[in-house]
Design a protein around this ligand. Sequence first.
Ligand code: UGC
Ligand code: NI
Length: 170
Amino acid sequence: MNNQEPVRAQPLTREAFGPFGDVISVERAGGSSANQGTARRYDRVAQLASTRPEAQPNLAVFRSVAKALPFEVRLVERHPCSTQMFMPVACQRFLIVVCPSDAQGEPELSQLCAFVCGPGQGINYHAGVWHHPIIALEGPADFLMLAWEDGTARDCEERPLSAPLLVTSD
Ligand SMILES: NC(=O)N[C@@H](O)C(=O)O
Ligand code: NI
């Protein structure tokens, strides 16, 4: 077992997730009137980016099997060339696990963070952010995913952990 203390999952907030990406939700200020005043639109709520001109946007649907906390993190991955967005379409709670990079660009597991995302919240990882693949905490769990892909696995680097790291509930 990892000799690192378990990581307590915290509620997702824009501030806490800021170093890793964007939180997508409707609760926000600003916006502009649309559709003859019957809607408000909030533009660019996430920073979408891709550095490979040949990669194409892929809007995918994920149907995830629900997992429970405490959860054992056994790997992290990153997409160096592009952002990746997940927005639940049928999921009340899901777990996001991220960690910063160290000076060599490797996962800094001692600073791993875990967030429990609530109803109406989605996330967008900035390019190159280490994260665990999406984890639904309740099911059935369906997500929209938006990423940039070129048909290869080149933009997905995985790092297995030498020992599982436990994420516990808040
Ligand atoms: N790519 C893919 O299928 N999933 C992961 O990248 C993930 O972050 O869930
Ligand atoms: Ni990913």
